[in-house]
Design a protein around this ligand. Structure first.
Ligand code: T4K
Length: 389
């Protein structure tokens, strides 16, 4: 990777000198995986840190999603969003469940609560919403609806590590929530994930499911899979917890700098922190309105790339546009999701991103306005010329 490239994210690592003694301990013990001591310690520490009752660690967020659906024996149809990373819908497909896409709202890009009810059929068993960019869904209304129709709710909270709503972890809503600790996330264990649940019985079932369904040497209680986190990653995760709060401070600083720089540029929208939420500043998406800015989202994306700045179009295309899903009846329409997906670029955001880079990015985007201004000046000039002639 070229040194001067600025990527959308840059993983945060714990200090190597703090990790080495833990590695030495693991080397000495020869206990590498299967619910070892660091795994147990990390699960407990995470539950306390996040303010949730039970955590089950996983080797990644996708397997956690798949196991969550297995745990609740979800079948039939599940209502979900097209505006997410493909893993959300893939987890349904791998469980033989039919995804039913519902459009999003434009303010925070989450499932539009007003549209969910109309998508419920006798086959619907659950809702799988995503807290996109870490902004909480309308958790109270979703629960009301789920209660009314007897549906389960599993949150894809891959972006929502550390997010609180009305003073409590957003992971406490729904039947289950899943987290991703992938290298690109606000909190990483290189690869990794977790399921958050509310009672010990469910945790036990999840823990069986992630270890082949093995209860003891001669007993297999369920057709489980292998989705365990190993000791090296659990030890690394324990260290990462110490640095999470300062990482969020760094992210908040960058976010505020972007907001200040972009606030007066016409045709550039960004998201403010939602009300009643302690936010984790996981992504910084901007939405380009070409008719205002004079340049399209892709013009901006390419111009940033010309300057060695690699934003990402999370989430474009929509999941519902991929071959596996585009034939579904619910893949039609989804107008807001299409519009947002055509407008979005996530700008680089990580705790140690230099102020000077943020300023450069803002001024590149500002420069795109001038393109529009130049075009309209040219139009006026040609008009005047025509009038004179
Ligand atoms: N649900 C949601 C809502 C999700 O967003 C995700 C994952 C999941 C479920 C599934 O969770 P996991 O099974 O992954 O735990 C990345 C991540 O791979 C993926 O975890 C994440 N969402 C998704 C939004 O982003 P890509 O295909 O964009 O990754 P990639 O390799 O292009 O990297 C993105 C940027 O990060 C690049 O600019 C390079 C940089 N990078 C990447 C890695 C891996 C680094 O600087 N260092 C690295 O080690 O999917």
């Amino acid at each position: 990777m070229e040194k001067n490239k600025i990527l959308v994210t840059r993983p945060q690592l714990p200090p190597l000198q703090e990790f080495i003694p833990l590695l030495e301990d693991i080397w000495d013990s020869r206990w590498l995986t299967n619910n070892g001591k660091y795994h147990q310690e990390f699960e407990k520490a995470l539950a306390t840190f996040l303010g949730v009752p039970y955590v089950s660690l996983f080797s990644n967020g996708t397997l956690a999603l798949m196991a969550a659906l297995q745990c609740l024996k979800i079948k039939g149809e599940v209502i979900t969003t097209p505006y997410s990373f493909v893993a959300t819908t893939h987890s349904l497909w791998w469980n033989g469940i039919k995804p039913v896409f519902v459009d999003i709202e434009a303010d925070y890009c989450n499932l539009d609560i007003k549209l969910i009810e109309a998508a419920i059929t006798p086959e619907t068993t659950a809702i799988l919403p995503v807290h996109v960019y870490g902004n909480p869904c309308d958790v109270e209304e979703i629960q009301n609806l789920a209660d009314r129709y007897g549906l389960r709710v599993i949150y894809d909270a891959a972006h929502a590590f550390g997010v609180k709503y009305k003073g409590t972890s957003v992971l406490n809503y729904g039947d289950l929530s899943i987290l991703s600790f992938h290298a690109t996330k606000v909190f990483n264990t290189i690869e990794g994930g977790a399921i958050i649940c509310h009672d010990l019985k469910t945790k036990k079932r999840i823990d069986y499911l992630k270890n082949f369904g093995i209860a003891d040497e001669t007993t297999v209680v369920a057709p489980g899979i292998n989705a365990k986190m190993n000791e090296l990653q659990a030890a690394y995760g324990l260290l990462q917890l110490k640095y999470f709060d300062s990482a969020i401070d760094g992210r908040q600083h960058i976010t505020e700098k972007y907001r200040k720089g972009l606030q007066d540029i016409p045709g550039v929208r960004y998201l403010e922190n939602p009300v009643d939420v302690d936010y984790n500043y996981s992504y910084f998406p901007i939405f380009i309105d070409k008719s205002e800015l004079g340049s399209s989202r892709d013009d901006v994306y390419e111009e940033l790339k010309n300057n060695n700045i690699y934003g990402r179009r999370y989430f474009y295309p929509l999941i519902s546009e991929f071959p596996a899903y585009r034939g579904l009846p619910s893949a039609k329409g989804l107008d807001i999701a299409h519009e947002i997906s055509r407008q979005v670029i996530c700008l680089p955001l990580y705790p140690d991103l230099a102020d000077e880079v943020v300023e450069r990015i803002v001024s590149i985007i500002e420069g795109m306005v001038r393109v529009k201004a130049r075009v309209s000046h040219l139009k006026v000039y040609s008009q005047i010329k025509r009038n004179i002639e």
